[in-house]
Design a protein around this ligand. Structure first.
Ligand SMILES: C[S@@+](CC[C@H](N)C(=O)[O-])C[C@H]1O[C@@H](n2cnc3c(N)ncnc32)[C@H](O)[C@@H]1O
Length: 188
């Protein structure tokens, strides 16, 4: 586990008290995503499904070290404003752009030259396949797509897993983290 400075640790622990209410990832998943970003020296990360910002804090803590940036998308304005406040409390707001709206619409209207080397999908489970199709043209070779809840919501995410497993551009594995995390590496 990562040792985190006191003020940020306090925010993470506070958010863990309401983890079920805000559907946050487990701490182990946050820690693993943080490691992946650092190991891959990620520069441009995208999160689909911000909620109150818990996972975004883990992603941005790593991006601070890689000098990267995070775009995170949330449907509900109320949750997004809580997330923005939490990012500020951790001093991470400078590297996070928080967008409010339907991820499918926001992704459809991304500029052609907007490219990512890391994507974390954690919004509506039946929409994972749509997010995958929309994000693929914006994912660099060598980039990663991580998706949470692939075992806890197996049936709902199966169309996405089928698509990515049958796509020769990707190599995928599912990790036994609390809700099941898939990691897909873009080969070409
Ligand atoms: C599982 S929670 C995200 C938890 C967050 N990643 C964390 O671990 O702290 C999913 C969030 O995605 C949002 N969401 C669902 N469908 C969405 C969509 N189509 N576009 C944007 N946000 C969406 C929900 O409002 C919810 O806050």
């Amino acid at each position: 586990m990562l040792l985190i400075e006191d003020a940020t640790e306090k925010v993470l622990e506070e958010l863990e008290a309401t983890q079920k209410q805000f559907w946050n990832v487990a701490r182990e998943t946050g820690n693993f995503l943080n490691m992946l970003i650092k190991m891959n020296k990620v520069q441009n990360a995208l999160e689909i499904g911000t909620s109150n910002g818990y996972s975004g804090i883990w992603l941005a803590l790593a991006l601070k070290e890689t000098c990267g940036r995070l775009i995170t998308i949330e449907f509900y304005e109320k949750r997004q404003s809580v997330a923005v406040e939490n990012f500020k409390r951790c001093g991470l707001d400078g590297i996070i752009t928080s967008k409010v709206g339907d991820a499918c619409i926001i992704l459809e209207y991304l500029k052609e030259d907007e490219l990512f080397d890391f994507v974390f999908m954690d919004a509506s489970k039946p929409q994972y396949l749509d997010y995958f199709k929309l994000i693929k043209p914006h994912l660099k070779k060598g980039g990663l797509i991580c998706a949470d809840n692939v075992t806890s919501h197996a049936a709902k995410v199966q169309p996405f897993l089928d698509a990515v497993n049958n796509d020769s551009d990707f190599q995928t594995e599912i990790l036994p983290l609390p809700a099941g995390l898939s990691v897909s590496y873009r080969l070409k």
